[in-house]
Design a binder for this molecule. Sequence first.
Ligand SMILES: NC(=O)c1ccc[n+]([C@@H]2O[C@H](COP(=O)([O-])OP(=O)(O)OC[C@H]3O[C@@H](n4cnc5c(N)ncnc54)[C@H](O)[C@@H]3O)[C@@H](O)[C@H]2O)c1
Length: 360
Amino acid sequence: MTPSKTIGFGILGAGLVAPFHAKGIKHSRGGRLVAVCDTNRPRAEKLAAEYGTRAYESLNDMLADPEVDVVNVCLPNHLHFDAVLACAMARKHVLTEKPPAMTLRETDAMIEACRKAGVKFGCTVQCRVRKSIQAIRTAALQGRFGRLLQADAIMKWFRPTDYYQSDAWRMSRKSGAGVTVQHAFHYIDLLHYLAGEAAEVDARMLNLAHPGIHLEDTLYAFLGFRNGARGMVEASTALWPGVDVRIEIHGTDGTAVVVGERMTIWKFKDERPEDNEIRQYGNATQATGATGATDFGFLDHGVVIQDMIEAIHENREVVIPVSSVRHTVEIVLAMYQSAARGRPVALPVTDDDSVWSWPS
Ligand SMILES: NC(=O)c1ccc[n+]([C@@H]2O[C@H](COP(=O)([O-])OP(=O)(O)OC[C@H]3O[C@@H](n4cnc5c(N)ncnc54)[C@H](O)[C@@H]3O)[C@@H](O)[C@H]2O)c1
C-alpha cells in the first residue's frame, strides 16, 4: 500500500453513533467514507446519501467492496462479535464501538482473529484521546502523582425512558444495555488507563428512575487497584438534567480533576513550566454526553479515525487497540458479578454468562 492511498471506511450500523464516525472520517486527512451498511435499508441510504456514498444492506456485500479498507462497527453491543470475525476473515481493518464485546471469551477470540488476519483492531473509547486525559496519563507514567491514593469517576447523567424504548436492544442486558456496560464503560476504562489495573471491585446496581425498564440505571462501585490505590465509580442515567462526568486522580504528590473534557484542577508538588498551559486544556462549552445520547462532539472519534489511517500507512499498532480495552471488559464483568452476588469480587475473573441473562 502506498502512503498516499486514501483509506476507505465502511460504517456498519447507521444508527445513533454512526454520524459521529461519518463526520470524523469526513474531516480526516486521507480517509473517505465509501460505504454504509444497515439491515434497515432506509437508514443506510439516508446516511450514504448525506455523504455521497454507497449503501448496503448486507455486511457480506460491503465486505466484498474493494474500496472498503476499514469497517467501523457501530452495531448494538451483542452484535459486535460476529461482525468483527467476518471483517477479519475478509481482511478488513476494524474500528469497533465500545464495549468491544460482552465477554472475555469473545474479546479474546476477536483479538486473535484480527491478529491472525494481520488487520488493525481498534476501539472507540475515545475519551482516552482528550488532551486533559493524555496529560494525566503522562503525569502518572512519569510518577508525578507520587503514590497513587484514589481514582474516581462520577457520572451523573440523564437519559429519558424514551431513549431506552427507542430500540429493543437498549432495554435488555442480553444485548449489552445497562448503565455499567453501556455508558460508564468509557469512565471505567479511563480509571484503569490512568490508575492501573484493578484487583477488586465491590458493586451495587439499582434502577432509580426508569420503571418498567429491566436494567440498572445506576451503579455504585468501590475499586481496589493492584498498586494499592482505591477508587469509586458512581454512574447513573437517572439524574436529570445530567451533569458532566468528573474524573479525579489523587496521589501523595498531586491531584488532577477533569470535568467533561476540561482540566479543572492540576496541582503537583513539583510545579513545572508546562502546568499553566495544561490547566487550560479542554473546552468548557463542549458537551460530553451528560444530557442526551447525541449531545457530544465528533472530534474525539475523529482523532481515533485519523490514528487508524496513520497506523495503516505506518504499519504500526493503533493508539487504542482492543487488547488494551480487555481489562475494561473484565472490570465491567466483575462489577456485574459482584452486584449479582452482593459481595466484593477479586480480579482476574472469568466469564459468568448468568450476568447477561438478568433478570432471567
Ligand atoms: N463511543 C461512544 O461515545 C458511543 C456513543 C453511542 C453509542 N456507542 C456504541 O455504538 C454502538 C451502536 O450504538 P447506537 O446507539 O448507534 O445504536 P443504534 O441502535 O442507534 O444503531 C445500530 C444500528 O445497527 C443496525 N443493525 C442492527 N443489526 C444489524 C446488522 N446485523 N447488520 C447491519 N446493521 C444492523 C440497526 O438497524 C441500527 O440502525 C453500540 O456499541 C454503542 O455502545 C458509542
